[in-house]
Structures are given as C-alpha cells and as structure tokens.
Design a protein around this ligand. Structure first.
Ligand SMILES: O=C(O)CCC(=O)C(=O)O
Length: 228
C-alpha cells in the first residue's frame, strides 16, 4: 500500500494489496496487444443478470481454461464462450507470471481471467466474487486505460466502504481477509489515459476457480451474494 492508495490505512483489511504503476507503459502496450488477439477469438459479449435477463453495462470476455459468464440461468464458470461456443483462448504467459508475482503464497496457477470492458458511463455495482470453490486463492486485478473510482468495503453489503482511483497499469489484490470484501466500480473517468485508442477501461481479474488437488486452506464460512 503506498501514498497514492487513497485508502485510510487503519480501515484497510490486511489482505487488500494495492500496487500503483505495477505495469509500466511498455508492458501495458504488450498486454493490450495480447488482449486484441483474445478479443478476435473470444469477442466481448454482454452478460445478463440472473432471472431478469437485464443486460450488464460492462462487456466481458475471458481467457484461460475457464471463463466467468452470467445469464438468466445464473452466474457460473464455463470452458466455452457463451456466444461462439468455442473454448476461451489461453491465458497469456505474462498474466500467469503476474498472478504468481502478485499472489506469491498461492501455489497453483489461475484458471480464469475475466476481462471487463468499461465504456464511458458504465459501472459495476458492489458485489463479492464468490463463484469460485477456492477462497484461499486471492483475486488479482490489473487495470488498463481510463482511470476509475474503485470502491471496497467489508464482508457485508452495508459495511463502510473506501475508495481508490485505479489508473492504467495499477494492480490490486483481494486476498486473505479481503478475499470476500464487497467491491465495485463507481465510475470511469473518460480521457484520463491514451492507452486505448477509442478510450474506455479494461480490467482483468485472474482467479483460481477449483481447489488444487491435495487442497489448501478451507474457505471461510461467510454468507453473501455474488455480482449484483
Ligand atoms: O473493474 C474492476 O476494477 C473490478 C472488477 C470486478 O469487480 C470483477 O470483475 O469482479
């Protein structure tokens, strides 16, 4: 956690790690080039809310053996794209390396990288990431493009929250006592980055979905909901 974090240190769960400027511009451009290939194979799709079918404002894709999807049937991970039916593209080596760097205590590789694209005016409501079997694994997140206001709270939806501005190249890790923290994106700040030619923000979250063979720590017993 550094001075640019913008979190009140005393109120910040120890498992929440902020790494401003984690990727320099050259690495951001390299990652963007990989993402453009991923989008060619696995185009951005519009997820829908369970039951109501209301569309998300954020568009998504995935890479890795599993991908997170949402539609009238619910939230889930699956090995194929919901529109094309094809397997997700492999996760680029630089993302796997970033996972091991950002989550050095977790021994197994990530199985899914959810890629969110936020255009101007889009946001993501407060939610927990709890569709994974293994809460011992952190969720590691990378931001590219326009800055956003990221909000994080506690294990209950109405716990107090704090906010941080995430800029292109920043990384944030939700692990330990912060693994099931409610979090979301309040707004995007258009025109704050030149990385994406058309503007907007891309967020990548690397996740472990299944428990590695042999098992690690048991998941904490908490109740809550997933993405609203
Ligand atoms: O875009 C972000 O920074 C957060 C993304 C997120 O919360 C998620 O994908 O679950």
């Amino acid at each position: 956690m550094t001075a640019r974090a913008g979190f009140a240190a005393a109120a910040t769960p120890s498992g929440l790690k902020f790494h401003p400027g984690y990727l320099d511009r050259t690495r951001q451009e390299g990652l963007l080039a990989e993402l453009l290939q991923i989008f060619a194979a696995a185009p951005l799709f519009t997820p829908r809310m369970p039951r109501s079918g209301r569309p998300f404002t954020v568009r998504m894709s995935n890479c890795g053996p599993l991908g997170w999807v949402s539609d009238e049937s619910g939230y889930r991970y699956q090995p194929t794209h919901p529109v094309t039916g094809r397997p997700w593209p492999p996760m680029p080596a630089m993302l796997v390396a970033a996972w091991h760097d950002l989550a050095p205590d977790y021994p197994a590789p990530p199985e899914a990288c959810l890629i969110n694209f936020y255009g101007a005016g889009t946001k993501m409501g407060l939610h927990q990431d709890r569709d994974e079997e293994d809460f011992a694994a952190p969720v590691a997140s990378l931001s590219l493009g326009d800055a956003c206001l990221f909000r994080v709270g506690g294990h209950k939806r109405n716990d107090p929250t704090r906010s941080v501005r995430l800029s292109s190249g920043d990384a944030i890790v939700l692990g330990g006592d912060a693994r099931l923290a409610f979090h979301g994106v309040d707004r995007i700040e258009p025109g704050t980055s030149t990385l994406l030619p058309e503007g907007g923000r891309i967020n990548l979250t690397m996740r472990r979905v299944t428990r590695p063979a042999g098992g690690l720590l048991p998941p904490p017993a908490l109740s809550g909901t997933s993405m609203p």
